[in-house]
Design a protein around this ligand. Structure first.
Ligand SMILES: Cc1cc2nc3c(=O)[nH]c(=O)nc-3n(C[C@H](O)[C@H](O)[C@H](O)COP(=O)(O)O)c2cc1C
Length: 253
């Protein structure tokens, strides 16, 4: 099942077609699709693009050796083969828009969409870090699903993700490391002060706090998002939370 719009145009969970393995030629075309999309994004005025290699989507289906059952040059028997699709896309996109406009998002150790845990996950992401450092992309963005699952602003970072970030830091020193998932201002400041990350990203707190940046900057209290309105498809619970105080200056902050 996937989230989409039904025949009446109503948002709902819909049955999807059965997935099939791309042929080797189709993988090449998909690489090219990403390059074209990146070009289009920059032509439309975006500063850059983020490749979404997290949360069980296509890139992770190549990276995870327990999901990847290919037998071609993208197969799981060699780590370099599992990484090949991701690195080919990065190379193609870099060639089109320049590596400083490219970031990538990962969720190591995450199990969304039934991604099974595997033994050399840390090694996989360290190797990716080395390869991406060589390619001089702008940033690596990690989504820690444990923090995301527990609660918005739980401040929890899993030991696995923390340890990975500490090991990546010295090898990925020219680009930024970003962490998302259950972040709090205090935790973000602590991790930045330790040099573990350069930036923290927030998701859910923005839903309930349209003026989140001003609230964090000024120490104002945060509103809690209503989880039951997530994925509702309408405006309710997404765009109707008020700012902390009414006033143009605050919103413009
Ligand atoms: C309502 C909602 C829907 C989301 N949908 C997706 C999605 O479709 N794909 C995805 O990769 N991440 C999705 N995310 C995760 C966000 O992209 C982001 O990584 C996450 O919210 C950051 O953690 P935080 O909310 O704890 O700050 C979603 C998050 C929320 C709250």
């Amino acid at each position: 099942m996937a989230f989409g719009y039904d025949e009446q145009g109503q948002p709902s969970f819909l049955p999807v077609s059965s997935p099939y393995a791309l042929t080797t030629t189709e993988v090449g075309r998909t690489v090219e699709d990403f390059a074209i999309a990146a070009d289009n994004a920059v032509a439309a005025g975006f500063d850059g693009i983020e490749l979404h290699a997290a949360n069980g989507y296509l890139f992770e289906q190549f990276l995870n050796p327990l999901v990847n059952d290919r037998t071609d040059r993208y197969s799981a028997d060699l780590m370099q083969n599992r990484l090949r699709f991701t690195l080919e896309v990065v190379d193609a996109v870099n060639a089109r828009i320049g590596s400083q406009r490219v970031g990538i998002r990962f969720s190591p150790f995450g199990q969304i969409s039934d991604m099974p845990p595997y033994r050399d996950a840390e090694q996989t992401y360290l190797q990716l870090g080395r390869e991406l450092a060589d390619r001089r992309i702008a940033y690596m963005h990690f989504m820690d699903q444990s923090g995301f699952r527990v609660a918005s602003m739980s401040g929890r970072v899993s030991d696995e993700v923390h340890s990975l970030l500490r090991k990546l830091r010295p090898m990925f020193d020219q680009g930024a490391l970003i962490l998302a998932g259950g972040q709090t201002l205090a935790k973000a400041n602590e991790l930045i002060a330790l040099g573990t990350i350069d930036l923290a990203a927030f998701g859910q707190p923005f839903i309930a706090n349209p003026d989140l940046v001003a609230r964090l900057r000024n120490g104002w209290p945060l509103a809690e998002p209503e989880r039951k309105t997530y994925y509702g498809g309408g405006a309710e619970g997404y765009v109707d939370y008020p700012p902390y105080r009414n006033g143009r200056a605050l919103i413009a902050d």
